[in-house]
Each structure stands twice: as structure tokens, then as C-alpha cells.
Design a protein around this ligand. Structure first.
Ligand SMILES: Nc1ncnc2c1ncn2[C@@H]1O[C@H](COP(=O)(O)OP(=O)(O)OP(=O)(O)O)[C@@H](O)[C@H]1O
Ligand SMILES: [Mg+2]
Length: 378
């Protein structure tokens, strides 16, 4: 195998979706070899890696085979069993972010609890074990409330907002096959996010604050720099760095924030991996989030996080029943297309994204939205 022959550092990536693919592409640039683990031989990342183990994420033999072939094991999604990663660590393999970090972040209740203990601001929340529990909590808090799956929610699946008792009962019926978290609805004026890298050696690098817009609770657009006061931006970056420290995180983390009218910032959640709100960095920052991630987990110096253009924006391309990519049409626009090569389109599935830079965030956003519209999206 090439990696062993040339003595290249090697990363093992568990999960072959778009985040695994973009991490693998960054690894190639840095001369880091990649071994991928995913059950689907046709997954997005499979197309860009020469070495792949085709097996379920929880297959102990496959995990061990991966760990023995690489210098660092990492993962592109947080729905792994931390016990299994911990067992690899106990055998002396390096897993980043660590099994501990994953265990505390993957459960939104543990995550919130740790952030609160560290004195960081989060929405009012409670774990709820029964509808009676939930109703009692709502009597104290009042409507509206947000009900969330504690684990395995993503892209807004597993999040319901209830304004009435009937909606609360519906939400409970839809989600209660899983442990749930209830939280106060935050009347935010903006949703913001910050990517933070923290290296093996404790070096920390925070990216500019972005503004995200969700449609149906799914990230639709990102624009940067966020149109907020400089002091608030500084507070967001400080909070994001403190949140990563609180979990002793090594790697790259997406920190989602709510900004309220009174200037108060609350932490919504952390993702222990590259994040959709950081995709803009591929075409707008001196070091993109995927390269930074690899630098962090290999203990290499972190790169500069600043924008190299005044502003940038990103729009997601979500799947429909069938999807034909009109490359000629998109490439007529001043945008960078990142297509994930997923084996099939499904409604709502993230199939790609487009980035643009501009003189200000509005101008950059107008560019990506024009190209998005040309694809037939409204
Ligand atoms: N407490 C809250 N108050 C107001 N809105 C909320 C609250 N919690 C979640 N939301 C809305 O729902 C969206 C999705 O929620 P959350 O980020 O918790 O779920 P998720 O499925 O893990 O998200 P993703 O994977 O898209 O980041 C948020 O971006 C926000 O728009
Ligand atoms: Mg979220």
C-alpha cells in the first residue's frame, strides 16, 4: 500500500459522507494518506480515497483494522459508540476527538449540563422521561418550548417546536421512542456560528463569526462576517473557544449560537467535527476547516483562520426526488461548486454546496442565491 511504502502520515476516517470526502481531499493536499471506513462502497468519500474498509461503523474488527493501519483515527459524524472508541484508546491507538469528548458532546443533555457547569450560557433545559414530566416542566416554563432528541438528531430531524398543548402531545408521540430534552424556545434575532480548531498541543484557532439561516430547521445559507457589533463577535468567539476547552476537545468544532435582541448570546450546540457553517472557508479563508482539522489532530501548527476576501457566502444544494446537476448553468456564475457525488438524490439530502466571495456578505449571498435559483430552487 502506498502509505506504508512512502511512510506517509495516515488518517483513518470513520464515515464517508461529504465531511469525510472533503477531509480526505484536504489530506491529499497535505500528503496525508487516508483509510476510510464506511458500510457503503459507493459513499461520497469512497470516490476520492484509494483505501477503504467496507464495514458497519460498530464492527469491532473493522475498527481495529482501521486503527492498526493509521496514525490517528477520527470520525465525520458523532453517532459512533464512544465505548468502542474508548476501547481503541485503551489499546494505545490515538482517537481524536477523544472518546471522552465524543461521549459528552453526542448527548445534548450531557453537553448542555457540562456547558452550564462551566458557567457558559445555554437555553433553560431539562431531560424529560415522560409526557407528565414534560407537561409539568412546560407549566413552569410556558410555551413555546423546543423538544429535541438527546442523541442522533441532525439537520433538524429530531427537533420540534410546540406552541400549544396539542403540539406538545404530537411532538412527544413523534419523538419519545428516544431519550428527549426539553428547552425554552429562544426568540433569537440571528443564528450565528463559529468554527474552532484546538490542536493536540492546546493551540486554539477561531474562525470569523458567521450568520446562518435555516429553512425547516436545516442550514440553508451562511454569510460571513456576520452583521453584528464587534464586541458581540468577540464574545461569540470567546464563548466558542471556552466551549471547546470545556470538553477538552482536540480537532475542529462547529459551535452554533443564538443572538437575542438584548445582545445576549447563548450556545445552542457543538458539533465535534467539520461543520456545514464552515464550508465557506474552502474558498474564503487562508486555511480551510478541513485542512485545519487535520493540522489539529496531527499536532501540526494551526493555519491562519482569517478571510482572504472581504466577505463570503454559502448555499446548500438539497436533494429532490431526482436531481440533475446542470453544471453548465452553475458555472456561468461567479461561484465555487462543491458537489459531493452521493450515489442517489433523496428529498432534503445534502448533495452539494456553492460558495462565493464578495465585497460584503450581501453581495456574496446574492451570487450564491442567483446560482441556486438557476438550478431551479426558489
Ligand atoms: N431552543 C431553541 N429556540 C429556538 N430555536 C431553536 C431552539 N433549538 C433549536 N432551534 C432551531 O432548530 C434548529 C435545529 O436545532 P438543533 O441545532 O438543536 O438541531 P440539529 O438537528 O442538531 O441541527 P443541525 O444538525 O442542523 O445543526 C436550530 O438551528 C434553530 O433554528
Ligand atoms: Mg444545529
Amino acid at each position: 500500500m502506498g502509505a506504508e511504502k512512502f511512510g506517509m502520515p495516515t488518517v483513518g476516517i470513520i464515515g464517508g459522507g461529504q465531511l469525510g470526502r472533503m477531509t480526505a481531499l484536504a489530506a491529499h493536499r497535505l500528503g496525508i494518506a487516508v483509510v476510510l471506513l464506511d458500510p457503503d462502497p459507493y459513499c461520497s468519500a469512497a470516490q476520492v480515497v484509494p483505501r477503504m474498509i467496507v464495514a458497519p461503523f460498530d464492527d469491532p474488527e473493522a475498527l481495529e483494522q482501521l486503527a492498526t493501519s493509521v496514525d490517528v483515527v477520527t470520525y465525520e459524524n458523532e453517532w459512533l459508540n464512544p465505548e468502542q472508541l474508548g476501547s481503541l484508546e485503551r489499546q494505545g491507538y490515538k482517537v481524536r476527538p477523544s472518546a471522552y469528548t465524543l461521549a459528552r458532546i453526542q448527548d445534548k443533555f450531557f453537553q448542555r449540563t457540562d456547558l452550564q457547569k462551566a458557567g457558559l450560557p445555554v437555553p433553560v433545559f431539562a431531560a424529560v422521561d415522560s409526557l407528565a414530566d414534560l407537561e409539568a416542566w412546560v407549566v413552569e416554563q410556558g410555551f413555546p418550548v423546543v423538544i429535541k432528541m438527546r442523541v442522533q438528531g441532525y439537520d433538524g430531524r429530531g427537533v420540534r417546536i410546540a406552541h400549544t398543548r396539542a403540539q406538545l402531545v404530537d411532538a412527544w408521540a413523534a419523538l419519545s421512542h428516544q431519550p428527549l430534552l426539553a428547552e425554552a424556545f429562544v426568540p433569537f434575532t440571528k443564528e450565528l456560528a463559529v468554527m474552532v480548531a484546538r490542536s493536540e498541543l492546546g493551540e486554539v484557532g477561531a474562525y470569523p463569526v458567521v450568520e446562518t439561516v435555516q429553512k425547516n430547521n436545516v442550514c440553508h445559507t451562511v454569510s460571513v462576517p456576520a452583521d453584528i457589533d464587534a464586541l458581540i463577535a468577540e464574545k461569540c468567539r470567546d464563548l466558542a473557544c471556552a466551549a471547546v476547552e470545556c470538553f477538552d476537545g482536540v480537532g475542529i468544532f462547529g459551535i452554533e449560537l443564538f443572538l437575542k435582541e438584548d445582545g445576549i448570546v447563548l450556545i445552542n450546540e457543538l458539533a465535534p467535527r467539520p461543520h456545514n457553517s464552515g464550508h465557506y472557508s474552502l474558498d474564503a479563508c487562508l486555511t480551510d476547516q478541513f485542512e485545519q482539522y487535520l493540522r489539529a489532530i496531527f499536532g501540526l501548527p494551526l493555519g491562519a483562520t482569517a478571510l482572504h476576501s472581504p466577505a463570503a457566502a454559502m448555499v446548500n444544494i438539497l436533494g429532490e426526488e431526482s436531481m440533475h446537476l446542470d453544471l453548465k448553468a452553475i458555472l456561468d456564475f461567479d461561484v465555487h461548486l462543491h458537489w459531493y457525488g452521493k450515489p442517489e438524490s433523496r428529498p432534503g439530502r445534502k448533495l452539494g454546496h456553492m460558495n462565493a466571495v464578495g465585497k460584503d456578505p450581501k453581495a456574496a449571498l446574492a451570487k450564491v442565491l442567483a446560482a441556486h435559483q438557476r438550478l431551479g430552487f426558489s
